[in-house]
Design a protein around this ligand. Structure first.
Ligand SMILES: [Zn+2]
Ligand SMILES: [Zn+2]
Length: 318
């Protein structure tokens, strides 16, 4: 659809306003829940093991590391904290969650619940830190879709966490709403992905004021009819799989092997949405090679189109 240039010229201002809203200090009457971003990288984080390219050697040299994609939810009314994913960087991410919440880490019950998307390393290995070698939590609710719940109950070392009652797996029916915190609704939505050990879900989180989608890992949008529309229905802000920008960051790989939607493809499909609501679609789960992590021209292109790369520490009232 044609749009007048005048509205395009306003885009940077609108985007700045939206981003300012995301980073704004809490208003006088804050929303009861705040969603915060605790990590934006793909499973391997940045730097990634074994990578000697500038993307990772510079991160090692400067200490500016990035943890795998992870969200937190702060319940301001009851002082409760929810983690969305338990990544290998869980200690640092939970510490950041407490810092953003203005609370102190509290021994065994570092958080009050964990939502998981699937059994790939960046998304659930952090559960090990709730076991006897580290925090040794007590009956920490871990919300998981049926195959993932079964995987955790059956496989070592996860089944030991359950046997020792350090975690309590809550099996979640696909598409059915639950309340991981009182007043916060969460719905696990099945998505196509490389499902060796578990199915994969996206989480849709709804508080009294907003609905946020979290879909860090998904196959290309055309792998299932209506997939993107189904996920975005009723969503105010979407945190979306941004693993690869356009594939050119992987010169040795056959593009047909890459199942993730490219950032460029997602931007093409959602261009009207991004024009109408700049900043509503935010990329995370970026591979260490993704130029959107460090190339100013690529970042400017994303921003000019009304999209954003999520940032650690950004927050949204729910
Ligand atoms: Zn992943
Ligand atoms: Zn995955």
């Amino acid at each position: 659809m044609h749009r007048p240039l005048r509205s395009l010229a306003l885009l940077p201002c609108l985007l700045a306003l939206c981003l300012a809203a995301c980073h704004a200090p809490a208003p006088a009457t804050p929303p009861p829940f705040e969603l915060v971003v605790l990590g934006i990288a793909q499973d391997g984080g940045v730097p990634q093991l074994g990578c000697d390219q500038p993307c990772c050697s510079e991160a090692r040299a400067t200490g500016r590391t990035l943890g795998p994609a992870c969200l937190g939810v702060i319940d301001h009314r009851h002082g409760k904290l929810l983690l969305v994913e338990a990544t290998p960087a869980v200690e640092r991410q939970v510490a950041l969650l407490h810092q953003l919440a203005g609370t102190k880490p509290r021994g065994r019950q570092a958080v009050d619940g964990i939502l998981l998307t699937h059994a790939h390393i960046g998304h659930y290995l952090g559960l090990a830190h709730f076991g006897r070698e580290a925090a040794a939590s007590r009956q920490l609710p871990v919300f998981a879709a049926p195959r993932l719940a079964q995987f955790l109950r059956r496989e070592a070392p996860w089944r030991q966490l359950i046997a020792l009652e350090q975690i309590a797996v809550v099996e979640c029916a696909l598409g059915a709403a639950l309340e991981p915190l009182p007043g916060l609704t969460a719905v696990p939505l099945r998505v196509p992905h490389r499902d060796e050990f578990s199915e994969t879900v996206a989480w849709r989180l709804t508080g009294p004021t907003r609905t946020v989608l979290f879909v860090p890992d998904v196959d290309r949008w055309d792998s299932e009819p209506g997939l993107l529309d189904r996920l975005l229905a009723g969503v105010d802000v979407a945190y979306v799989d941004g693993t690869f920008f356009d594939g050119s960051e992987l010169p040795d790989r056959d593009l047909r092997e890459i199942r993730h939607p490219f950032v460029t493809d997602t931007m093409a499909r959602l261009q009207e949405l991004a024009k109408a609501r700049p900043g509503a679609v935010r990329f995370l789960h970026l591979n260490h090679t993704n130029p959107a992590l460090r190339n100013p021209a690529v970042r400017a292109r994303i921003a000019a189109l009304g999209f954003a790369v999520a940032e650690e520490g950004e927050r949204i009232g729910l």
